[in-house]
Structures are given as structure tokens and as C-alpha cells.
Design a protein around this ligand. Structure first.
Ligand code: NAD
Ligand code: ZN
Length: 235
């Protein structure tokens, strides 16, 4: 294995599962009882705004009832103690990484605690409900805020810094993601192309398992602290 300085960690819904947040394709292929295409597309928002806003209002309210688990905490410890660089790229829209203490973090699919104005395009911190009325703090437009979530068909955030970090990393670790949603599912191949070592930590084999140099299967709350301790031991 090469000497490791720069680490990029990609996380998905699996890292938050043991905190009590449902993964994307839970039982029956549904997310919290809904088909993804009825909730997570710009067309769904146009067709049934109340359904989509209400769905994300419920997810946002749900954040009050969950807490980071040992896997989130281990990644925050790694950031605090690792002498090289660490970037966490999360597909999650929850705030459990930041609540655990992670700071160098990109939410590539947006955040529940942010609103996007459909008039002026501003992103603003948002903690309440959208159903019942909103006013954009930037342009004062009424009822034009939407969840600041990257829907299917929309461009994920901050792809350039993410790609640069992937090209520069020596170690890429994918945690709790099914490898089914692109472009995140392709990150392992970008890292491989520049000779980084690649590791998958997941409950079971993901769609892209064969692209990784190494893999460990089990619960994130167990695997991630073990892996962090092994990385810090070689620092
Ligand atoms: P996914 O639901 O498609 O896959 C989750 C993966 O995690 C699966 O491979 C599963 O085997 C694994 N997993 C489940 N429990 C685990 C555990 N305890 N430990 C380790 N692994 C576990 O999730 P994804 O790949 O992140 O899907 C992408 C989309 O889901 C993202 O766009 C994201 O925005 C959205 N999403 C986010 C949240 C959240 O913010 N918490 C929740 C649901 C969906
Ligand atoms: Zn606005």
C-alpha cells in the first residue's frame, strides 16, 4: 500500500441507518413509504408541491429525534487527529456528520437544513416547515423556497472540488452507499485511475464492489471506528 496522506471518504445513507434514519431504498424499494420518482425529481415538485414539501418537512423535523452514531464520531476523530488531509463527501442530507464534529465536509446532494429560492437562487439556512408558507430572506419572494436537495436529473453540488480531491487522494473509502446513484458511484473509478487505494465499508456488497481494492462488510458503527483506529495507528 502507498504512503497515505490524502484521504477522501464518501458516505451514504448506510452510515446514518443506525442513527434511525431510513436508507434510500428500504423495504419494497421505497424511501419512507414513497417511490423516489414521486418525491425526488423536479417534475414531482411541479406536479405535487405539497407532497414534496411535506415529505422534506417531515424529514427535517425527524432530525430532532436522531443523533450521530459511532461511525460519524469516528470520522470526526479522524479529521481531528489525522496529520494529512481528509475530505468527507456525503450524499446524505442529514446533519449528523457536522453534529459529530466533522468540518471538512461537502453535502453533494444538498441539505435538509437549507432552502433554495426558486426566484433568486440563494441558498439559506432553514429550520422550520415549508408547508404553511415561506418568504425568501434574500429577495422576499413568497412561497418560492424549495428544499435545498439535489433531485434526480439535477447537478450535484461542488463537483469540481470533489473531483480535484479524488485525483489528489491516496486513499478513497466508500461507507454505507449502494453504489447505485451516479456520479457518486463513479468516484471509486476516478480514484483508481490515479492509483489511490480504494476500500469499501458497507453492510453488504454494493453495485460497484468489484471496483474496490479491498472491502469489509458489516455495520458502519463497528467497521468505521475499527478502520479509523487502524489508519491512525499508521499516522
Ligand atoms: P442507499 O439507501 O441506496 O444505500 C445504502 C447502503 O447502505 C446499502 O448498500 C446498504 O446495504 C448499506 N447499509 C445499510 N445499513 C447499513 C449499516 N448499518 N452499516 C453500513 N452500511 C449499511 O443510499 P445511498 O447510496 O446513500 O443512496 C443515495 C441517496 O440516498 C442519496 O442521494 C441520499 O441523498 C439519499 N438519502 C439520504 C439519507 C440521509 O441523509 N440520511 C437517507 C436516505 C436517502
Ligand atoms: Zn429569493
Amino acid at each position: 500500500m502507498v504512503t497515505v496522506r490524502n484521504i477522501v471518504v464518501l458516505t451514504g445513507a448506510g452510515i446514518s441507518a443506525e442513527s434511525g434514519l431510513a436508507t434510500f431504498r428500504g423495504p419494497g424499494g421505497l424511501w419512507e413509504g414513497h417511490r423516489v420518482e414521486d418525491i425526488c425529481t423536479p417534475e414531482a415538485l411541479d406536479r405535487d408541491e405539497a407532497l414534496v414539501l411535506g415529505f422534506y418537512d417531515a424529514r427535517r423535523r425527524g432530525l430532532a429525534h436522531v443523533a450521530p452514531n459511532a461511525a460519524h464520531r469516528a470520522l470526526a476523530k479522524l479529521e481531528a487527529e489525522w496529520p494529512g488531509k481528509l475530505l468527507i463527501v456525503t450524499q446524505n442530507v442529514d446533519d449528523l456528520h457536522e453534529r459529530a464534529g466533522s468540518r471538512r465536509l461537502i453535502h453533494m446532494h444538498g441539505e435538509l437544513l437549507s432552502a433554495l429560492c426558486r426566484v433568486c437562487g440563494e441558498h439559506t439556512a432553514f429550520a422550520g416547515d415549508m408547508i404553511g408558507g415561506t418568504v425568501c430572506p434574500s429577495c422576499s419572494a413568497r412561497d418560492r423556497l424549495r428544499p435545498d436537495i439535489v433531485f434526480f436529473g439535477e447537478m450535484p453540488y461542488e463537483m469540481e472540488p470533489i473531483e480535484q480531491a479524488l485525483i489528489a487522494c491516496d486513499l478513497f473509502v466508500s461507507i454505507g452507499t449502494s453504489g447505485a446513484v451516479y456520479p457518486a458511484a463513479g468516484f471509486v473509478q476516478i480514484a483508481n485511475a490515479t492509483n489511490a487505494w480504494t476500500l469499501e465499508l458497507n453492510l453488504d456488497r454494493s453495485a460497484g464492489s468489484h471496483h474496490f481494492d479491498d472491502a469489509r462488510y458489516g455495520a458502519a458503527s463497528q467497521l468505521v471506528p475499527e478502520w479509523v483506529d487502524s489508519v491512525l495507528a499508521m499516522a
